[in-house]
Design a protein around this ligand. Structure first.
Ligand code: UDP
Ligand code: MG
Length: 346
């Protein structure tokens, strides 16, 4: 049963510390996969010869409708082990990342996109920050965002401002999902129980020694991004409600401001009537006041609803994903071919 497999994989203690699992979520990436795999294999070969580091790659097919699984299964397991985890449907990138983390068998875990935007040539740099620099979380950030539309850049900026507003833990702006976690950081991430996940936030939240690496993101090799405005808004709401109570604070603050101005306005009316003898003018101010109040209240009920919805989905305790198929291709030593704990439990 996949839910159990997840647990087994999460508690698996047999992960050697001297290895690196590269987790690549792929959703309809069949076209570029062979090319990407070749570049990952090159990086792996280098790490194996220079650092004597065992390397595997875990492709998580997030319910693709094209030939992604077949393509991934046909990839040569040279010089690194290849795991292909096919999810039962499209669960979204965050779920695919978690599936990869659960199935990773070696100590350290590196996440990268499957569309060629995260250059495999940078893997060596990230590994050296971990092994030579002693860092636990090596995250990358886009050196600039000039190739993105102005509206998106501004949106991202405001989102992070709100996310980090008065927060003890600041989540770095424009950090990407391209990151390496040392074995202990990866284990910490595995212990995070929440089902609604925002990986960037979580891997920042766990602490340890973190370091930033700037890079130039490449253009997408083929196809188009799966993120549109609405999915970005969705992820932002997800992240905000997971990591911050700022929206609730804004609600309280707004309430205080409105109540205070209503009080002042009330005083003013009394003074007007008593001192100047003006009778209270009619309904326009009343209607405007009512509408503003009603609108603000509805908005804030919506904000509360987001948090309650989150509580509900967390309390249902559903598994984050289901595995439909899992293939492990072992590179060299036949001894390693025995099924992983996750596999055995399926
Ligand atoms: N992805 C996924 N599931 C999804 C959407 C995307 O696994 O539902 C993968 C996708 O194949 C790619 C990565 O997530 O490897 C990043 O997706 P994309 O390039 O669309 O996002 P962007 O780079 O624009 O942020
Ligand atoms: Mg991309």
């Amino acid at each position: 049963m996949p839910a159990k497999a997840t647990k087994t994989a999460r508690t698996g203690k047999s992960r050697p510390a001297d290895g690196l699992s590269i987790v690549v979520p792929v959703f309809n990436e069949a076209k570029g996969l062979a090319g990407l795999h070749q570049r990952i294999a090159e990086a792996a070969r280098f790490l194996q010869s220079k650092r004597n580091l065992a390397v595997e790659v875990v492709y998580v097919d997030d319910g693709s409708s094209d030939a992604t699984t077949a393509t991934a299964n046909a990839l040569p397991a040279m010089p690194l082990d290849v795991q292909v985890v096919t999810l039962s449907r499209n669960f979204g990138k965050e779920a695919a990342l978690l599936a990869g983390l659960d199935h990773a068998r070696l100590g350290a875990v590196l996440f990268m996109d499957g569309d060629g935007q995260h250059p495999p040539s940078l893997i060596e740099t990230l590994v050296s920050r971990w092994l030579d620099g002693g860092y636990d979380v090596v995250y990358t950030a886009k050196a600039h965002r000039e190739n993105e539309p102005w509206l998106r850049r501004t949106g991202v900026h405001w989102f992070y401002w709100l996310l980090n507003w008065r927060a003890r833990l600041k989540i770095p702006e424009d950090a990407g999902d391209f990151r390496l976690l040392s074995p202990r950081a990866a284990n910490a991430l595995r212990q995070m129980p929440e089902r609604n996940r925002f990986f960037k936030g979580l891997s920042s939240w766990i602490g340890f020694r973190q370091v930033r690496v700037d890079y130039e993101p490449a253009e997408r090799e083929h196809g188009v991004t799966t993120w549109n405005v609405w999915s970005l808004v969705g992820l932002s709401v997800e992240a905000l409600t997971s990591f911050s109570v700022a929206p609730l604070r804004v609600a309280s603050l707004l309430g205080v401001i409105m109540a205070a101005s209503a009080l002042l306005f009330g005083f003013w009316i009394v003074i007007e009537t008593v001192l100047f003898g003006e009778d209270v003018p009619g309904y326009p101010s009343l209607v405007v006041g009512l509408m503003v109040l009603g609108g603000v209240q509805l908005m804030m009920i919506g904000v509360l609803g987001e948090y309650i919805g989150k509580l509900l989905s967390e309390s249902k305790g559903r598994p984050v994903y289901f595995v439909a198929e899992h293939n492990v291709k072992t590179a060299i030593e036949p001894a390693k071919a025995k099924p992983s704990p996750a596999r055995a439990a399926e």
